[in-house]
Design a protein around this ligand. Structure first.
Ligand code: HEC
Ligand code: HEC
Ligand code: HEC
Ligand code: HEC
Length: 141
C-alpha cells in the first residue's frame, strides 16, 4: 500500500512538472487570442479587434519579428524570448513622434500592409479593406 502511494506521488509530481514547464514555455509565445482594445485615443470610433495571435505565428508561419520590434540605431534588435512591450508603450495614441507612428497607424500599417501584400501576390491572407472584418461592432454605452 505504502509503495503504491509513493508511485502515485511520483506520477503526480512528474505530471505537475510537465504542466509547469508547458505553461512557462507557452507563456513566452504570448496569448493564443487577444482582444486589442486600447484606450487613450482622441475618439474611440471603432470597436475592438479580435486577433488570432497563435494562428498568426504557428499556422500562418510568420516570424515574431514581423510584428515585434525594438529599434536601436534603425535596426530591430528584438528577438524571441525578449520581453514584449505593448505597442502603446512606444506608439502614442495621440501623435506621431518623429518616425514613430501614431498607435492607430502603427497597427494599420502592420496588419493591413502585410494582408494587402499577400493578396497582391495571390496568397491566402487576412482583411485589409473592410473595417468590419477586423473591428467588432462598437458596444453602445
Ligand atoms: C487588419 C485589421 C484591421 C482593419 C481591416 C481595419 N482596422 Fe482599424 N484598427 C485595427 C487595430 C488592430 C487597431 C487597434 C485597436 C485598438 O488599439 O483599440 C485599429 C484601430 C483603429 C482606430 C483607432 C481606435 C478606435 O477604435 O477608434 C480607428 C479609428 C480605426 N482603426 C478605423 C478603421 C477603419 C475606418 C477601417 C476601415 C477602413 C479599419 N480601421 C480597418 C485593425 C484593423
Ligand atoms: C502578426 C503579428 C504578430 C506576430 C507574428 C506575433 N505577435 Fe506577439 N503580439 C502581437 C500583438 C499585436 C500583440 C499585442 C500587443 C499589445 O498589447 O499592444 C502581441 C502580444 C504578444 C505578447 C504578450 C505581451 C503582453 O504582455 O500581453 C507576447 C509575449 C508575444 N506577443 C510574443 C510573441 C512571440 C514569441 C511571437 C513569435 C513566436 C509573436 N508574438 C508573434 C502581434 C504578433
Ligand atoms: C520599444 C518600442 C516599440 C514597441 C514596443 C513597438 N514599436 Fe513599432 N516602432 C518603434 C520605432 C522606434 C519605430 C520607428 C523605426 C524607424 O523607422 O527607425 C517603429 C516603427 C513601426 C512601424 C513602421 C516600420 C515597420 O516596422 O513596419 C510599424 C508598422 C510599427 N512600428 C508597428 C508596431 C506594432 C504593431 C507594435 C506592437 C505589436 C509595435 N510597433 C511596438 C518602436 C516600437
Ligand atoms: C506578416 C503578415 C501578417 C501580419 C503582420 C498580420 N497578419 Fe493577419 N493574416 C495573415 C495571414 C497570412 C492570414 C491568413 C492566412 C490563411 O488564411 O491561411 C491572416 C489572417 C487574418 C485574419 C482572418 C483569419 C483569422 O485568423 O482571424 C484576421 C482577422 C487577421 N489576419 C487580423 C490581423 C490583425 C488584427 C493584425 C495586426 C495586429 C494582423 N492580422 C497582422 C498575415 C498577417
Amino acid at each position: 500500500m505504502r509503495k503504491k502511494g509513493f508511485g502515485l506521488l511520483v506520477v503526480l509530481f512528474v505530471g505537475l512538472l510537465f504542466l509547469v514547464v508547458g505553461v512557462l514555455s507557452a507563456a513566452d509565445k504570448g496569448p493564443d487570442t487577444m482582444c486589442i482594445e486600447n484606450t487613450g485615443y482622441k475618439a474611440d470610433k471603432k470597436g475592438p479587434v479580435n486577433f488570432s495571435h497563435k494562428k498568426h505565428h504557428d499556422d500562418y508561419g510568420l516570424a515574431c519579428t514581423e510584428c515585434h520590434h525594438d529599434y536601436q540605431n534603425g535596426k530591430n534588435v528584438w528577438k524571441e524570448g525578449d520581453p514584449v512591450k505593448h505597442c502603446k508603450q512606444c506608439h502614442n495614441p495621440l501623435k506621431k513622434q518623429g518616425k514613430v507612428l501614431k498607435l492607430q497607424n502603427a497597427y494599420h500599417k502592420n496588419c493591413k500592409t502585410c494582408h494587402k501584400k499577400l493578396a497582391k501576390a495571390g496568397k491566402k491572407t487576412g482583411p485589409y479593406k473592410k473595417c468590419s472584418k477586423c473591428h467588432a461592432k462598437k458596444k453602445k454605452s
